[in-house]
Structure formats: C-alpha cells, structure tokens
Design a protein around this ligand. Structure first.
Ligand code: DMJ
Length: 588
C-alpha cells in the first residue's frame, strides 16, 4: 500500500494542484492587461534575451586581450590560465612545423597543472592586457630557451642580478635582482604563468631599494623602473607601481645638479648622486634615455615631478649646439655643456639619444615636435657625416667621428644595429620614406656581421673596408670578437618585419637564434662568449646579462609571431630595454 509508486503519485498530485491554480490566476491577470502593457512586457523580454545571447556568445579572442573589468587580484593566475585552457586555443593556435625535419618539444609551461580554486576569482581591474602564449613552432622554441635560461638563473642566481652559468654562481651589479625585474614582462607576454608568479612574489617580498651602493641612473631606469612600469601597465597591479615610485623617488637627487643634467650615479640608500668615478661627465645617451619611463610614471601617479625633471633635460640638450643634429657622447652635469670634441657615434654612449628623440615624440602622441625635428635633423646628419659604403660590395654602415678634427673611423658597434628598427619606426610614423630605405640597407649590413662569422653570431665591434685594400667588406679585431647576447639586431628585425611583412626577416632571426643555441647555450643557461670567429673555441665568458631575457628573447618571440597585433606599434612605444609603454597619456 505504501509502495514507492504510490508515494510518488501522491506527491505529484499534491504539487500539481497549486501549479494549476497559479497558472489560471496568471492567465486571468494577463488578459486583464491593456495592449500597451503587454507590448512593454514583450519588449523587456526581448531585450533580456538579446543581452543574454550577446554575453554568452562574445568572449575574448586573439593573442592580446585588453580586459576592462577583468579580475584584479587573480587576473594573472586565474584569467591567464583560463585562456591557456580554452579549447579554442588549441584549434586557433595549431601550427605546422616550419621545417618538416625539425621536431620541437612543447614548452614545459604548456603542461603546467592549471587547476585553480574557483573561489580565487575576484573583482577584475580595468584595462588589464593579456597575452595568449606561443602560437608558432619557432615561438615555442624561444619559450623553451627562456625556460632553460630561467632554470639556471633560478637555481644558481635567484635574487641576484645576473647568472654566471658556467661557474654556477651569480654576479651583483646593483644588487636589485635585475634578471627578475627585467624579465617580468617577457614572462607575462610569453604566458609563463608559474615563472611569472614566482617572480612577482620575489618582487613583492624581496625587492628592496635600501641598497647601500652606487647604481647607474640610466641602467636602473631602463631595466628596473622600465620593467616595473611596463608590467604595471599590463597588469595594473599596484604593488609594481609602489615599487616603481619608491625607486624613482630615490633616483630624483641625480637631477639636483647645477644645470639640471643628471649625475650618472646615485647611492639608493643615502640618495647621494655624483658623476661616474672614471669621468667628470655623464654620458649623453644615458641622460637622454630616461624620459619615457619618468614621464609614464608621472602620468600614472598624476604627479608631474618625474616628468618635469626629464623634460628639462630634453629641453636643455635641445638648445645645445650640435653637428647637424649629431651630439658628442659626454655632457657635464654642472655646466650642462657637451664635452668639446668628444666622439660622435651611434654606438656606445650616443645610441639611444637618437632613439629617444623619436620615441618621446611618439609617446607624446606626436605632440612634442621639437623632438621629432631634432630626430629628423640628426638622421640627415648621420647621412651626411657617418653613413658610408664598403668598397667591395657597397654595404652601408654607420661610422664614427673622432676628436677636434672630426676624423672618420669606419667602425660600428653592434649597438648601432638598433638604428634600422628606429628608422623604420620613424618612417612608419610619417617621417621620410628615405629612412626606410636606409633601414633596409643597414639591416642587411648588420645581418652580414652575423652571417660572415662561422658561429653565425656578430662580434661586439666591426670595422669596414672603405679603401678597397682587399676584397673583404668587414673585419673584426681579436679584442672586439666577443658577443654579449645583445638584442639590437633582433630588435630591428622585428620592427622591419612588423612594417614590411617580409618573412626573410623572420628567417634571419631564426638563423641567429640557431647561433645562440649552438654556441652560447650551456648546461645552466646561456653565456656571453669571447670569440665569434672560432667555432672550436668560442671562449665562454660565464655571464648571462639581464637584457638577454628582457630583450633578445622577447624580440625573438615577437619576431616569430604570426600575429601582427601581438604588440601593436600603434598602441605601444618600447623603451631601450624592450619594455613596452602605452602611447599617449589617455591610454595609461
Ligand atoms: C641594453 O641594456 C639596452 O638595450 C641599452 O639601451 C643598450 N645596451 C643593452 C643591450 O645591448
């Protein structure tokens, strides 16, 4: 009698009665409504349906996602991981191996355990920028290289400035964990979530600027301040902004010179600034390559004091007399004058003066025309005084002017290979098209400095044959044959690839990446080498500089992307250490 079926039947009957009643009641009430009232209800229902459909169907797509209202506190773990786990990624990012003979392993990061507690999802911050990880075989190879380098750094140099991969030790230059801070945005862009999280935690808990030693204003600005601000821009994580502000406040006494041109060095603990120990002067490129960083800091803190000091430097240098826009490489902080007859070069101590003229103009949304004009004038000066061709095969290179007689020296630092990228960036922003032609020619020469070495790696300095004494276009002195894992040529390849779409530039980058893999990769990372001319003995120097992680691998990763918007040059201007900053005060 009280079997299971009876019980169910009774229960259903009890439930049905009130349901029927309420449905009759609803019908009666509905019939009593006017036509107009019914239409309003239909409209509201329709809007609700359309909105629901839109929310469900429209989700972020693509490699770079700017998220309004994405999760703040957990964005960097939860949201990134969600993207990595999104099954659409597998289909959209599926790639054919570039070379059928080449089998490249999946980077470790792709196999991470990505379980996240759903309770971790929190209220999202505004304007977070997200990256979806590698999508080509070559990019995956670069990520693998980064992980190899990082593993060694983590094991033997964690918290120190640089890894010494052969002696399994470290080097401290400033004692600021340079490799970590400098590569935060590289890991973020590469979507290395675990590595990034560990680095973030180190910055949060251990990055401390009470360091009682002298640091170099320029180096700390482009690497540490630049690194912190760039990752702040991507993540909107206040911790980075607080650290950046603390650091910048400690650097400000550098600008308290008689002229306003900053001293080169400062003790971050005592906050005492001074000229370098080896010279009374600051380097011209150094005092003019801190502007993007200090300006952006002023914008995000809404405090003009950082922007004011660096703007004053730009204005002072603007007013100084130059040689057709070209500047000597030393400037005195007390007098505010260039050192008379100092070398003019687009290599060491001169290089990024020209780079930041252009980039400051771009960062200002093209409003600071005096900087653009100085840049255009300087490139005309380069063409007039420094650009020459080799006799044997007509390779264009940029030489130097020395001393009072302004003697021409056919010598070019590898550092100068940033110039093709900068020229291309200028041409892309409306500057003369002849700049692009010059960029192409110079890029070919820079490529030759790699391709003519048996290691396929360029030396630090190359000399060029302008007399036609033999059939060699270029030669390398033994003391200049080292390679420090520098980024400049790869940087230029990326810019040129961005603007031309010519895949030859990707192929060149891949060849050079193979050079790094073959001759600089060691068990615990990558090392600078002493001799690019001898494959049998490259003379490893036991040093992995932070710019290898920050710049060289980042530019390789960007270069090998098939997504032209991975880092959109309409939105970003990139500092001298490869840290991206948004263009325009309105886009911070
Ligand atoms: C980096 O620290 C920066 O690119 C700087 O502007 C020049 N030198 C190194 C890389 O070679």
């Amino acid at each position: 009698m009280f079997g299971r079926g009876d019980h169910v039947s009774l229960h259903l009957t009890e439930e049905k009665v009130p349901q029927k009643k309420s449905s009759f009641k609803f019908k009666r009430q509905w019939n009593q409504l006017s036509k107009c009232q019914k239409s309003v209800i239909y409209m509201v229902g329709l809007i609700f349906l359309i909105t629901t459909f839109y929310i469900v169907s429209v989700e972020p797509k693509g490699a770079v996602i700017s998220v309004d209202n994405a999760s703040r506190s957990q964005y960097d773990r939860q949201t990134l991981i969600n993207i990595r786990n999104d099954p659409r990624d597998v289909a959209e990012n599926a790639v054919e191996p570039h070379n059928e003979n080449q089998v490249l392993e999946e980077p470790q990061g792709a196999q991470m355990n990505n379980k996240v507690d759903s309770e971790q999802v929190a209220e999202p911050p505004k304007n977070v920028v997200l990256f979806g990880g590698p999508s080509t075989v070559r990019q995956k190879a670069v990520v693998k290289a980064f992980q190899h380098a990082w593993k060694g750094y983590r094991q033997f140099a964690w918290g120190h400035d640089h890894l010494k991969p052969i002696s399994e030790s470290y080097q401290d230059w400033f004692g600021l964990g340079l490799s970590i801070v400098d590569s935060l945005d590289t890991m973020y862009i590469m979507h290395l979530t675990e590595e990034y999280q560990e680095a973030r935690t180190w910055v949060d808990k251990h990055l401390n600027f009470d360091v009682n030693r002298d640091v170099n204003l320029f180096e700390v600005t482009i690497r540490v301040l630049g690194g912190l601000l760039s990752i702040y821009h991507f993540t909107k994580d206040d911790m980075y902004l607080q650290k950046a502000t603390d650091l910048a406040d400690r650097l400000l006494p550098c600008f308290e010179s008689e002229s306003g041109i900053p001293y080169s060095d400062i003790n971050l603990f005592t906050r005492k600034a001074h000229a370098p120990k080896w010279s009374p002067d600051s380097s011209t490129s150094e005092v003019t390559t801190i502007q993007l960083e200090f300006k952006y800091l002023s914008w995000v803190t809404d405090n003009p004091k950082y922007e004011n000091v660096v703007t004053k430097v730009s204005q002072l240098v603007h007013k100084l007399e130059k040689t057709d826009g070209l500047v000597p490489i030393f400037i005195n902080a007390n007098t505010g004058q260039f050192r008379a007859f100092a070398t003019i070069t687009l290599g060491a101590r001169g290089d990024s003066y020209y780079e930041y003229l252009l980039k400051q103009w771009i960062q200002s949304d093209k409003s600071l025309d005096y900087l653009k004009n100085d840049y255009v004038e300087s490139i005309a000066g380069v063409e007039k005084h420094l650009a020459k061709k080799t006799v044997p095969n007509g390779f264009l290179f940029i030489g130097e002017l020395l001393g009072g007689a302004r003697d021409f020296k056919p010598k070019m630092d590898h550092l100068t290979c940033y110039l093709p990228g900068t020229l291309a960036l200028g041409a892309h922003n409306g500057l003369p098209n002849s700049h692009l032609k010059m960029a192409e020619d110079l890029l070919t020469t820079c490529y030759q400095t790699y391709a003519q070495q048996p290691t396929f790696l360029a030396p630090e300095i190359t000399y060029f044959n302008i007399q036609g004494e033999n059939s060699n276009d270029m030669y390398v002195k033994s003391n200049d044959a080292h390679n420090l894992l520098r980024p400049e040529f790869i940087e230029s390849l990326w810019y040129m690839y961005q603007f031309t779409g010519n895949t030859t530039y990707q192929d060149w980058g891949w060849q050079i990446f193979q050079g790094f893999e073959n001759y600089t990769k060691v068990a615990n990372g990558y090392t600078s080498i002493g001799n690019v001319k001898n494959t049998a003995n490259v003379r490893p120097r036991d040093m992995m500089e932070s710019f290898f992680l920050s710049e060289t691998l980042k530019y390789l990763y960007l270069l090998f992307s098939d997504d032209p918007k991975l880092l959109d040059l309409k939105k970003y201007v990139i500092n001298s250490e490869a840290h991206p900053f948004p263009i325009g005060r309105g886009n911070i």
